[in-house]
Design a protein around this ligand. Structure first.
Ligand SMILES: C[S@@+](CC[C@H](N)C(=O)[O-])C[C@H]1O[C@@H](n2cnc3c(N)ncnc32)[C@H](O)[C@@H]1O
Length: 210
């Protein structure tokens, strides 16, 4: 029986802490390691805003959104988008959810209306077909779309966290991001399953003038 079926440490911890998915601990580790909410908060304060403005792409079932709302604790705001409904319904006045695909121009326009954001996080992943070439192409299309959207929606100095599947493309993506951010690198949090090909790209210090 595959190890995927057995609840591991992170799955049990997520259940105990009221999160629908174990992926929450990947975001927690990344945000802590790179100080992302601190940098987003100080940037928004400097701009005279109430707190960080965050966009969560590929948010369902909702663990990252729940965690972000708990961290924001009434400051700033969170917008979330997914093609699926969330499995949670946060009753927070600073939270908004857009249902649809970020590949859809109408949905991108709605997210633009709520922005700009000081932090964009994306855990988005396409559903897989089992055909490696098809799955890889879908994943690349989604990643390009997340990057393109983030470049339109981030405020100056903002940060991006984006899930990718390791395919040899990460060097090119990081190189591309380094032309628009003061730093960009890949980072694999401990909560990623050992056998998983996923990793995250973290880009900080967005330079909007280009
Ligand atoms: C791994 S799950 C995200 C888990 C989430 N971070 C959490 O902690 O609950 C990936 C999500 O990406 C979403 N997704 C895939 N393609 C998308 C697209 N084109 N636009 C928006 N969401 C998308 C899927 O529907 C799925 O819910």
């Amino acid at each position: 029986m595959a190890g995927y079926e057995k609840p591991d440490f992170w799955t049990l911890k997520a259940k105990k802490e009221g999160y629908p998915a174990r992926s929450v601990y990947k975001l927690e580790e990344i945000v802590a390691k790179f100080g992302l909410l601190k940098s987003a908060g100080s940037q928004d304060q400097a701009a005279g805003k109430a707190g960080p403005k965050v966009l969560d792409i590929g948010a369902a079932p909702g663990s990252w959104s729940l965690w972000l709302l708990r961290k924001l604790a009434g400051r700033g705001s969170l917008a979330a988008v997914d093609i699926q409904d969330l499995g949670v319904s946060p009753s927070d006045a600073n939270f908004s959810f857009v249902k649809g695909s970020i590949l859809d121009e109408g949905i991108r326009a709605r997210l633009r209306d709520v922005g700009p954001y000081s932090l964009v996080v994306s855990d988005a992943a396409p559903s897989t077909t089992g055909n490696r070439l098809v799955d890889q192409a879908r994943s690349e299309e989604l990643v390009e779309s997340v990057m393109d959207l983030a470049l339109q929606l981030l405020s100056p100095g903002g940060s991006l966290v984006m899930k990718i599947f390791q395919s040899g493309e990460e060097k090119r993506l990081i190189g591309q991001l380094k032309t628009r951010f003061s730093q960009a690198r890949a980072y694999k949090p401990e909560a990623c399953r050992a056998q998983s090909f996923e990793t995250y790209i973290i880009a900080m210090g967005y330079n909007s003038k280009q």
